[in-house]
Design a protein around this ligand. Structure first.
Ligand SMILES: NC(=O)c1ccc[n+]([C@@H]2O[C@H](COP(=O)([O-])OP(=O)(O)OC[C@H]3O[C@@H](n4cnc5c(N)ncnc54)[C@H](OP(=O)(O)O)[C@@H]3O)[C@@H](O)[C@H]2O)c1
Length: 203
């Protein structure tokens, strides 16, 4: 398979790239990528990269492990702060799905990334939790209309082991998710046949 990983240099993306590179061709996109420079908050850059990939040969799967949202106490979150998550993690991933067919083979898959905050939010996450929940609803609804063309799923994991130093204090009593367990979510989405699935990995 040929697989595009958006955010393939990040904590989660690196593991995805490492896993799939063993048996597949993997392309990495991101803001600092030289070959496939893409900011998912900028629709034109998504289109540019997808057009380039179409010329080179379409991919069988797109995985997005990128997207930002502002973490701050609810009383401090401005409207502008909310727009960071809406533009990047929410609409960025929605636009990846909207435009996917430009570079994705028929019956290919798109896998998005959210996180446990959608179901079990913690302090400072009004914006991040909202965005994750929006993506879950989007995936369930949009996949209904694309069943014959492409599969769309989302992996929603708890804070992962490789980020635990950074996030442990925000998630009291939550278990860190091993990178292998997290990876299984992406494997299920890419290699399985499911669509419209929210693949939750919380324990
Ligand atoms: N870490 C966790 O424990 C955890 C758990 C569940 C869900 N998540 C979610 O998973 C996603 C990735 O998390 P992470 O911890 O791996 O983040 P990370 O380590 O900060 O990596 C983010 C990756 O995405 C790319 N990126 C960031 N913003 C982008 C944009 N606007 N357009 C294109 N590429 C972009 C970055 O590369 P460039 O800087 O080159 O663009 C990098 O490769 C996030 O949405 C996060 O909320 C994380």
């Amino acid at each position: 398979m040929k697989i595009l990983v958006i955010g393939g240099t990040g904590t989660i993306g690196k593991r995805i790239v490492e896993h799939f590179s063993k048996d597949h061709q993997v392309l990495i996109a991101g803001r600092s990528s030289k070959d496939y420079p893409m900011d998912i908050a900028d629709t034109r850059s998504i289109k540019r990269v997808f057009k380039k990939i179409k010329k080179e040969g379409k991919v069988h799967a797109i995985i997005c492990a990128a997207g930002e949202a502002k973490w701050a106490p609810f009383k401090d979150l401005s409207e502008t702060d909310y727009h960071i998550g809406l533009r990047s993690k929410l609409m960025g991933q929605v636009n990846v799905v909207r435009l996917a067919k430009k570079c994705l083979k028929k019956k290919g898959s798109v896998t998005l990334t959210t996180g446990v905050l959608a179901d079990d939010p913690v302090f400072k996450t009004a914006s991040a939790a909202m965005v994750n929940g929006g993506i879950h609803s989007f995936v369930q609804a949009a996949s209904l209309e694309m069943k014959k063309q492409i599969r769309v799923n989302v992996v929603s994991s708890g804070a992962v082991m490789d980020s635990w130093d950074k996030y442990a204090s925000y998630f009291p009593g939550h278990p860190p998710i091993s990178m292998d367990k997290m990876m299984n979510g992406y494997i299920r989405s890419v290699m399985g046949r499911g669509t419209g699935q929210i693949i939750r990995i919380y324990i």
